[in-house]
Design a protein around this ligand. Structure first.
Ligand SMILES: Nc1nc2c(c(=O)[nH]1)N[C@H]1C(S)=C(S)[C@@H](COP(=O)(O)OP(=O)(O)OC[C@H]3O[C@@H](n4cnc5c(=O)[nH]c(N)nc54)[C@H](O)[C@@H]3O)O[C@H]1N2
Ligand SMILES: Nc1nc2c(c(=O)[nH]1)N[C@H]1C(S)=C(S)[C@@H](COP(=O)(O)OP(=O)(O)OC[C@H]3O[C@@H](n4cnc5c(=O)[nH]c(N)nc54)[C@H](O)[C@@H]3O)O[C@H]1N2
Ligand code: SF4
Ligand SMILES: [Mo]
Length: 890
């Protein structure tokens, strides 16, 4: 019997916050919600593949104590007792919470309340410190409050959109698609991309400025100077703004003219002039900023230099204009609302303001209230390492992979007196180190609210039962609080109870004026909460429909009531390159993976686009170092090294190398990039540098290269390098070893035939070429196969993956397994480019050459590639360019 129903919920990945329709019945089907204002009927590749990531694979079913399954009572009591004892013995600051922008607002609110109101410390910080904290600090310095003034609609109503340090095509794909559509409909809309790399987002850019890494401050200061020289200051708006003279003076100091800016930023003066002309003459301009600006030791200053230009021209708070920080995580914004950062209180109230502290304590009726800021993420882990923090509770984040200096973090976690981790997945690189692991519910199982980049609050709704005994995070926190003796503040019966309290707090004592106001929701009923439709805060009692834009009227919540332009003296990166470490390491995201891969790593559809960790280098740098495409290379930084695949591309500027942030110990042999460099943070925001770390890249001399495809997971102790990825019904391993193997036959059997009798095994060894191939067949089907050779040039993989789908292996296929070459009728589709329809690179190239296709649209018509979510369209265009260029050379 099927019980079909459709649930409206919100995508758990990025801060775009797309509405999703989930149909449950025989299986789960995911479709875009045409009514959600964020996505208006679109989803990207990750959202479209959500159904492949739910379910029991890799899930934790019940709590663990010292790695052993335990009951909830025992685990909760253990944590409550240990926290209470630690506080009694060493004081409230000896415990800390490290939480996440992937918690729902209710979870986040509960964690913050427990730490700041009951434990009485502000030692709660969040992975948003690694993500949004420079943007938060910059908004607060400029506006007095952490208020994003814009709406998504402004992207469509603008005449100029600048993407500063944002790869929206891959990281905010639905906003990017909205831009693509807007450009089609309004040909006069211009897009400028500022990024040292030529990313997929360059596909819609009229102008790409491949800026020298870390120099954005000079560029934005230069723009301010030009605005002043061209009389673009807005005297009416400047009445509401303080500090313009000082800001201008500082800008003139660093960036007096276009030539100086061009020289420092490594750009052609004509291109800089073009950018300045566009910005100066366009009233409706949105400047988007993201991690290329934020994740820097001067990120806050860079963000303020950008915001300065909007304040100076009054291009803010009206349709089609404003400085727009795209938030990363689904609830980064919600975390800011509840005060998840160590230097905030709750409901956008300030920790260092006694009146605000009193307000929150009176509302909570709490025994205590934190009186001074707690430790920011990097400091917190330093304190764990030094034993100042003795008990740490991590929720919904994987710091063993995502924090800088990750090996030191791992050591600190291993040595921490008492480590608790709440996660839905186990093992992760972090849960492995925990004394207690709480089994958390996750997307699809839990209910609550999230707030996206445009301040829009949406519901996540459960549509399936949680596996085993997993529980929602707010419940786990409330249970621990109650068992610590704090019954009265944590006796909520439901998510709706928590949310109502959060909304009421935001409107408590309205005489204390503030931006964040959910007064209209203070009495939200359970039914209204259930049926909530997305709206943008502020949602004061008198404006229940919400607020799309702010500050158009020049009213700010700062002490003076005015905004502030900051005098910015740009600084270069904290760590310069040297003879020993000559390249700048830039890190970030790939299209189809999410962070530490705990979710997207489960999806065959999302794992085919990039199957292993890589370092992308400019061909000149590669040549100088003796590196070829496809080789394995060692990337070495001041703290350690990793081995990854080399990719050569002139999208990279010389002197830079890009490595994705995603790979961890579960999917590779220690190729997590954050182990390379020490911590360096922005002095204002505490946000770590992730985009500018000096490294060296050199060939890694492998004794052998290989790959292995298998229906079962295998143990790879023989390999010095391995990376694994999910294929349809199989696992794919790329492997290599440093030492030559004497007896391949024995070694391969050891790995693939753990049980020896009755195994149907075929193999081939070519001593001259030093290649070895073997396959294991089971009931006529291919069970696993392995290919080894002396160099990285090995047979293609994708036609082999297709053989796993055959029910019967015929003689010809058997032969091709041993020769390592596709036989007649077997095509190698190549690496997956379009993950929605599984269309491979070779198929696309063939169609371009044989059918004379010259546009992504034509490819879409023939192969369907790019016609669902559109995320691969930029890549299709560059494949066309490259294929045609190669054809004309040939
Ligand atoms: N596919 C995918 N999407 C995601 C995520 C994911 O894991 N996967 N994560 C989400 C999260 S939490 C976040 S925070 C966002 C991040 O979204 P983005 O900020 O767009 O992504 P990143 O790849 O971290 O970095 C953006 C760009 O900054 C550039 N950059 C590096 N140095 C500089 C510089 O000095 N100046 C300038 N101007 N640019 C520079 C990089 O080359 C990179 O292309 O993505 C969200 N969306
Ligand atoms: N080198 C480098 N490092 C970076 C960055 C970079 O650009 N470069 N970017 C930084 C940024 S912007 C970010 S946001 C971070 C992200 O880094 P992390 O937050 O560490 O990454 P995730 O993989 O998203 O970790 C989320 C964890 O929460 C678990 N989880 C999922 N749902 C739930 C739930 O409902 N409850 C609980 N309790 N657990 C759940 C998942 O299984 C997973 O283990 O990485 C940062 N690190
Ligand atoms: S853009 Fe993609 S990942 Fe982001 S919320 Fe929308 S569907 Fe999810
Ligand atoms: Mo992020």
């Amino acid at each position: 019997m099927t019980n079909e129903q459709t649930i409206r919920t919100t995508c758990p990945y990025c801060g775009v916050g797309c509405g999703v329709l989930v149909r449950t019945g025989d299986g789960i089907e995911v479709a875009p919600d045409p009514e959600h204002p964020a996505n208006l009927g679109r989803l990207c590749s990750k959202g479209s593949a959500l159904a492949e990531t739910v379910g029991v694979q890799g899930r934790l079913f019940q709590p663990l104590i010292d790695g052993q399954p335990a009951g909830w009572d025992e685990a909760l009591d253990r944590v409550a007792t240990k926290l209470r004892e630690t506080i009694e013995r060493h004081g409230p600051d000896s415990v800390a919470f490290y939480v996440s922008g992937q918690l729902l607002t209710e979870d986040y609110y509960a964690a913050n309340k427990l730490m700041k109101g009951w434990i009485g410390s502000a030692n709660i910080d969040t992975n948003s410190r690694l993500c949004m904290s420079s943007a938060v600090a910059a908004y607060k310095r400029a506006f007095g409050t952490d208020t994003v003034p814009c709406s998504y609609e402004d992207l469509e109503r603008a005449k100029l959109v600048v993407l500063a340090g944002s790869n929206a095509a891959w990281c905010h794909p639905v906003l990017y698609q909205r831009l693509v559509k807007a450009r089609r409909e309004h040909p006069d809309l211009r897009v400028v991309l500022i990024d040292p790399r030529r990313t997929a987002s360059a596909d819609i850019a009229d102008l790409h400025l491949p800026i020298r890494p870390g120099t954005d401050g000079w560029l934005w200061n230069g723009l301010l100077v030009q605005l002043a020289e061209r009389g673009e200051g807005n005297p009416l708006y400047l009445q509401f703004v303080e500090g313009s003279e000082e800001a201008l003076a500082a800008a003139r100091e660093s960036s007096p003219n276009i030539d100086t800016v061009a020289r420092i930023c490594g750009l052609e003066p004509e291109r800089v002039a073009e950018f300045y002309d566009l910005w100066c003459r366009t009233e409706r301009v949105v400047s988007v900023f993201s991690q290329g600006m934020n994740q820097s030791t001067s990120g806050t200053d860079k963000d303020n230099a950008l915001i300065n230009c909007h304040l100076y021209t009054g291009r803010i708070g009206r349709p089609g204009m404003g400085p727009f920080s795209f938030t990363g995580q689904p609830n980064a914004m919600g975390g800011r609302e509840v005060g998840g950062l160590a230097n905030q209180l709750a409901a956008h109230l300030e920790l260092d303001n006694p009146e605000h502290r009193r307000l929150v304590q009176d509302f909570w009726q709490s025994p205590r209230i934190a009186e001074r800021p707690g430790l920011k993420a990097a400091e917190m882990f330093q304190a764990v390492r030094e034993g100042r923090i003795k008990a740490l509770w991590i929720m919904a984040t994987n710091p063993a992979v995502s924090l800088p200096d990750a090996d030191t973090v791992r050591q600190a976690l291993a040595e921490c007196e008492f480590l608790v981790v709440s996660d839905c997945t186990h093992p992760t690189d972090t849960t492995r180190l925990a004394d207690v692991v709480f089994a958390a519910q996750t997307w699809g199982e839990k209910d609550g609210m999230v707030t996206n980049s445009e301040r829009r609050i949406s519901r996540q709704r459960a549509f399936m039962a949680a596996p085993g005994e997993a529980r929602p995070d707010w419940w786990i926190i409330a249970q621990v609080a109650q068992r610590m003796g704090f019954e009265q503040g944590f006796d909520w019966q439901s998510e709706a109870d928590v949310f109502r309290e959060h909304a009421r707090l935001s409107a408590f004592r309205p005489e204390v004026e503030r931006d964040f106001d959910l007064g209209a929701l203070a009495e939200i009923s359970d039914v209204q909460y259930r049926d909530w439709t997305p709206k943008q805060w502020p949602l004061p009692a008198e404006r229940p429909e919400g607020t799309p834009r702010l500050f158009g009227d020049g009213q700010f919540w700062s002490d003076s009531g005015k905004a502030r332009m900051l005098p910015i003296t740009p600084r270069g990166p904290a760590r310069a390159t040297s003879e020993e470490y000559p390249l700048v390491l830039n890190t970030g995201r790939v299209r189809d993976h999410w962070h530490t891969m705990t979710r997207t790593g489960k999806s065959p559809r999302l794992s085919g686009h990039v199957v292993e960790p890589y370092a992308e280098l400019h061909p000149d740098d590669a040549r100088a170092a003796g590196i070829e495409e496809g080789m394995l290379v060692r990337v070495t930084g001041a703290r350690g090294h990793i081995i990854v695949r080399a990719r050569l591309s002139d999208n990279q500027q010389p002197g830079s190398v890009f490595v994705p942030m995603h790979w961890n110990d579960q999917f590779s042999h220690g190729s997590y990039v954050n182990r390379l460099f020490p911590v360096a943070t922005d002095p204002v925001s505490g946000q770590p540098e992730f985009k500018h770390n000096p490294v060296r890249v050199e060939p890694w001399q492998a004794g052998w290269y290989g790959f292995l495809l298998s229906r079962r997971e295998v143990d790879l102790s023989h390999a010095t390098y391995w990376a694994k990825s999910r294929g349809k019904g199989i696992w794919r391993y790329e492997i290599a070893g440093s030492e030559p193997v004497k007896d391949w036959a024995r070694c391969a059997r050891e790995v693939l035939c753990t049980e020896s009798c009755g195994v149907n095994w075929i193999e081939f060894y070519d001593a001259g070429r030093r290649t070895y191939r073997a396959a294991r067949l089971e009931e006529g089907r291919l069970e696993s196969c392995i290919f080894i050779g002396p160099s990285h040039e090995l047979p293609p993989r994708d036609w082999l993956i297709a053989i796993f789908e055959q029910d019967e292996i015929d003689e010809a296929t058997r032969r091709s397994l041993l020769t390592g070459k596709p036989g007649a009728g077997q095509e190698d589709a190549g690496r997956i480019v379009c993950s929605c329809f599984g269309v491979g690179l070779n198929t696309i190239r063939k169609a371009i050459l044989e059918q004379g296709l010259t546009t992504p649209e034509a490819i879409g018509e023939r192969l369907r590639a790019g016609t669902n979510c559109g995320s691969c369209v930029p890549e299709l265009r560059s494949i066309i360019e490259q294929t045609l260029a190669e054809q004309s050379e040939a």
